[in-house]
Ligand binder design. Sequence first.
Ligand SMILES: [Cu+2]
Length: 306
Amino acid sequence: MLSTNSTAAFNNVFLFLLVISVVLLVSITFTMIYFVFKYNRKKNPIPVNIESHLLLEITWIVIPTALVLAMFYYGWSGFTAMRTVPPDAMTVKATGRLWSWQFEYENGIKSGELKVPRGKPVKLLITSQDVLHSLFIPAFRIKEDAVPGRETFLWFLPEKEGEYDLFCSEYCGVQHSSMISKVIVTNEDDFQAWYSAEGRKEPGAKADEKLSGYALLEDKGCLDCHSVDGTIEVGPSFKGLFNRKVQVTSSGKERELVADETYIKNSILHPDADVVKGFDDIMPSQEGNVTNEEVDVIIGYLKELK
Ligand SMILES: [Cu+2]
């Protein structure tokens, strides 16, 4: 029985399934090849009736049934272990979005990387802000879909310090392959130092409602697609955007606009209304993701970004 969500236990299940599969594949293939020669028509011009063989029939019912039930047992106990979160687990919200992961801790701090202390179970509450994503941490043998409008979960026990890859494993658009992050497992002291230092910063920033414009762009995931240094990524760069003339397509018609406050606000909330020439209409609406005040702070920042 898999009492814990441990990598070693999952490895044993995979190995068990692999060994059974290989043994079956090899023995069935060789039996088939052997029969092709043994019952070749040239060697057996007159067909004979083969009588049933009770012992053989019982064998090929009992052994596969036992194997399948054993697979079910290991699969079920592994699944149960994965679904049973220890009560002392630390909860972290994981949000997938086009195209990054955001992790939010119980004290409100947000991070693009999943930092956790060694030896403490971690429960991830997973959701998506836009399309289907899937959170995959190969080193811990866990994967769970991120579904918009729904909260899924998984948990793991980080047993060794180190950095582990974290992927999106559900194809979610052109920048899917860049939806890579890391799980960083440190000792308890290092984690607490980071956790409390970041925690002190954030509530202060929230109290006076002043995350800087740049921090907001980072926090909301804008910088996954838009640069602030003029580099062209999936979306146009923010550099020098304010009050510049832009060529856009609006309801199928090309036109020229000035990137003023109204245009920028509209482009954040209704990105499909005026699509900048040379770029695809792929940005999801940020309605509900940013408040009016936050839009103003972002616009204030863009004005300065010459
Ligand atoms: Cu994704």
